[in-house]
Design a protein around this ligand. Structure first.
Ligand SMILES: Cc1cc2nc3c(=O)[nH]c(=O)nc-3n(C[C@H](O)[C@H](O)[C@H](O)COP(=O)(O)OP(=O)(O)OC[C@H]3O[C@@H](n4cnc5c(N)ncnc54)[C@H](O)[C@@H]3O)c2cc1C
Length: 572
């Protein structure tokens, strides 16, 4: 079989904040390099960075400090973060926001005195979230995309990465097997360095926020390539997804955290404010606590007509709300709700995966030639990500990855690809085209229900074991079900089949990691093990795929900069 082959120095998978920053920094480091961005959608138009509303956490203002941002991140992550990674995040964020503003031309909101405006986000001891209204991601991605377009960086748009391909000797990564979604043909891209920046994204849950192009492809490919994922049980639920009723895709989309930061109230179905019963910080508690509290109200029978709770903003003044949260007011209005004057129904929605590929602070991984950045990686946020630390993570580490890859490739040659891996992956991905068409929507719905009910905000040993069995069944059902002999060009059904295959594998890794954790930390809550356990003996889960089975290990957290109960803040 002849397969189209391309060669490049650096191949970047994904064009979110991580992918685009990596391309720019690699180009800045060495403009002579041949750099290619391959992306499932269109560059600048896909991924979650574009969807960022609230903003970007960075310690800029007087009275704040990198140390304070670090301690908030570690405490928010319930002491499970890799501290070197967290420190790199908070310290480099200062440089990156200046770069975004002064080099790339992002226009962030300002105070009357000309300083950058920073708003409150939950779980932070200082108001440090930089933003452009509540549509910050569009500003960041538009400016980044303009720069990438103007620099002659190669683009493979509507190209889906389907397999990481090892070198012939198995010791390093030699390239990536891609599917051209426009033609349905496979292309093998050989590269000296590859960046995994496909952005995680828990779209296997009934209610979810990430963009539809995200189906955990990078995580699934990493598992199949023999790499270790960590913290996979840590799935963050955003407390306030819009509950617009059935039959609209607006349900699940985020009503941003700044609303609660600014003083918004949550009310249950009886219109009682309830957060004070769960946490002294009320609505400004961290996302895990607010999501669990809402879940408890719903399960106690105090839900709204559509099964959620209400957010109330009217007490802050309609004009003020309209001015501060223009995008949110419009989003609600699009679905027939008046955020400025009325109650709006919301429900927790799966938002972010703290877990991901094990990587180092220079973005290298255990597989030479493979680098990783952004939401595909694990360890930065521990058990819970602070709102505003996500886009900081992708842009900080994307930039680092670009520089590191540019240096790395200067001493590397292209490797021969293991063609047995290529052929076997093509065979596996073409298999559904050779089987009669079934209704894969049934499998998608069953997956969404299973993950929501049994591996959701509150878990039990029993629910997780039930999910284990269900996910095995769904995997087998999908293997047996085809999509029929359909045209390969722009085949949404075939793409959906591949999305589901990856989502089921990654859902299994979330479930197995959750089974392995015998305490409750951050976003993982088990009713059987409600206590957080000893902080000093904190461990993180590490999962691998061997053949068809997943193996899991609990590894101790290294407190390299600060120990539980201590702080690096100096009292003044
Ligand atoms: C609605 C919403 C609001 C958010 N608001 C905030 C906020 O206010 N503050 C904050 O800090 N964080 C926020 N986040 C989180 C933040 O968006 C992410 O943490 C971060 O932007 C992820 O960046 P990334 O580059 O890793 O991934 P993404 O930006 O998601 O980019 C992933 C890219 O990979 C591509 N891709 C996927 N699969 C493949 C494949 N198989 N082959 C090729 N390409 C592929 C996608 O098309 C996309 O281009 C929000 C997320 C959502 C969903």
């Amino acid at each position: 079989m002849s397969i189209a082959t391309l060669e490049t120095d650096i191949l970047i998978l994904g064009s979110g904040g991580a992918g685009l920053f990596a391309a720019l920094h690699a180009h800045q480091t060495n403009p002579e390099l041949h750099i290619t961005i391959a992306v499932k959608g269109l560059l600048g138009k896909c991924g979650c960075t574009r969807m960022v509303q609230g903003g970007y956490n960075v310690a800029l203002a007087e009275g704040d400090s990198v140390e304070r941002h670090f301690m908030d991140t570690i405490e928010g992550g319930k002491w499970l973060s890799d501290q070197e990674l967290a420190w790199t995040l908070v310290s480099k964020a200062v440089e990156r926001i200046r770069e975004l503003e002064n080099e790339l031309g992002c226009f962030f909101d300002r105070n009357p005195d000309g300083t950058v405006h920073q708003k409150a986000f939950a779980g932070q001891t200082f108001d440090r979230t930089v933003h452009k209204g509540d549509l910050t991601g569009i500003e960041i991605i538009n400016r980044l995309a303009e720069q990438v377009w103007s620099r002659g960086i190669n683009r493979l748009e509507e190209h889906r990465a389907i397999e990481l391909i090892h070198s012939k000797d198995g010791k390093s990564l030699a390239g990536v097997l891609m599917l051209n979604m426009q033609t349905g043909q496979f292309t093998l891209v050989r590269a000296k360095a590859v960046l995994l920046a496909t952005g995680g994204g828990p779209t296997m849950y009934k209610y979810h926020t990430p963009s539809g192009d995200k189906s955990c492809d990078g995580l699934a490919m990493a598992l199949r390539a023999g790499l270790t994922l960590r913290d996979m049980e840590m799935v963050q639920f955003h407390p306030t997804g819009l509950l617009a009723g059935p039959g609209t895709r607006m349900t699940g989309t985020v009503i941003e955290e700044g609303l609660r930061g600014a003083g918004g109230y949550l009310l249950n179905g009886n219109q009682e404010r309830f957060m004070g019963n769960y946490d002294p910080r009320n609505e400004r508690a961290t996302r895990d606590i607010v999501s669990r509290s809402i879940n408890s109200e719903i399960r106690a029978g105090r839900a709204t007509p559509n099964g959620g709770v209400y957010i109330q903003m009217s007490h802050l003044g309609p004009e003020n709300v309209r001015k501060q949260f223009k995008g949110m007011v419009e989003r609600c209005a699009d679905s027939g709700f008046d955020l400025t004057n009325d109650l709006v129904e919301v429900v927790p929605t799966a938002h972010y995966m703290m877990g991901g590929l094990v990587f180092k602070k220079d973005c290298s991984t255990d597989l030479p030639g493979l680098f990783a950045a952004g939401e595909d990686t694990g360890g930065v946020h521990g058990a819970n990500r602070l709102g505003g630390n996500g886009v900081a993570n992708s842009t900080v580490y994307g930039g680092i990855a670009g520089e590191e890859m540019a240096h790395w490739v200067s001493s590397q040659a292209l490797q021969e690809c293991n063609m047995a891996e290529v052929l076997s992956s093509i065979k596996a991905h073409e298999a559904p085209l050779e089987k009669p068409a079934g209704d894969i929507e049934i499998i998608r719905d069953a997956l969404a229900e299973c993950m929501w009910d049994d591996v959701g905000i509150s878990r039990t040993k029993e629910s997780l074991l039930r999910a284990r069995v269900k996910l095995d069944q769904l995997g087998q059902q999908l293997d047996q079900m085809g999509v029929g002999d359909i045209a390969r060009q722009y085949s949404i059904t075939w793409q959906d089949w591949m999305n589901l295959q990856n989502l089921i594998l990654v859902s299994k890794s979330v479930t197995e990691s959750a089974i392995s954790r015998e305490n409750s930390r951050g976003s993982h809550y088990s009713a059987d093990f409600p206590e957080p356990g000893s902080m000093e003996d904190s461990y993180f889960t590490a999962i691998n795929l061997h053949g068809q089975s997943l193996s899991i290990e609990n590894r101790p957290v290294q407190f390299s900069l600060v120990k539980p109960g201590e702080t690096i803040l100096v009292e003044t």
